[in-house]
Design a protein around this ligand. Structure first.
Ligand SMILES: [Zn+2]
Length: 168
């Protein structure tokens, strides 16, 4: 079940339903590795989009260490083989991160004028919507983001990116 998020800029009559339904992969040295993605507001698309989440080297090292120590085995249901494959994937991601020249991109238009959005935790009004100041049309406006329902996705879309996050 995927979440349906709704973004709203009331005074501008802007309303968008957004369902994250795509998985992204980097093509690195002939291998495909998971590309961490997140929800962003894109100033060029003027809407909520999938965006790259470029983890810091420290975050990658930290996660690698957690895989190595076995701390994630139970949560992720890993055995030795799966753990090693996660670790080698993290190594490839670390190499990519070190070599990466460009900033994180909007995965719709490829622009870098994006703001990461925190995911709302639950339904309004029990959980207040996420509030974000964004550039929309010619001014700055407050965008509210909340969970508005669930979508039944048969399958996730798949998109392969090159090492600079461009759609291959
Ligand atoms: Zn965009």
């Amino acid at each position: 079940m995927a979440m349906i998020l709704t973004g709203k800029i009331s005074e501008q009559g802007f309303e968008q339903d957004y369902v994250p339904n795509t998985e992204y992969f980097y093509s690195v040295s002939g291998k495909e590795i998971k590309a961490p993605s997140t929800i962003v507001w894109c100033n060029d698309c003027q809407k909520l989009c999938d965006g790259e989440l470029l983890p810091s080297l420290a975050a990658i090292n930290d996660r690698m260490e957690r895989f190595r120590s076995g701390a994630l085995d139970e949560v992720l249901g890993l055995d030795g083989v799966k753990r090693n494959s996660e670790i080698s994937e993290m190594e490839l991601l670390r190499n990519l991160r070190k070599a990466r020249k460009s900033e994180a991109k909007c995965l719709v238009c490829g622009g870098s004028s994006i703001t990461e959005v925190d995911e709302p935790e639950g339904y309004s009004p029990e959980y207040p919507p996420i509030k974000l100041t964004v550039k929309y049309m010619n001014g700055e406006h407050q965008l509210l983001i909340y969970i508005s329902g669930h979508a039944n996705l048969k399958s996730m879309g798949k998109v392969v990116l090159n090492e600079e996050g461009q759609i291959a």
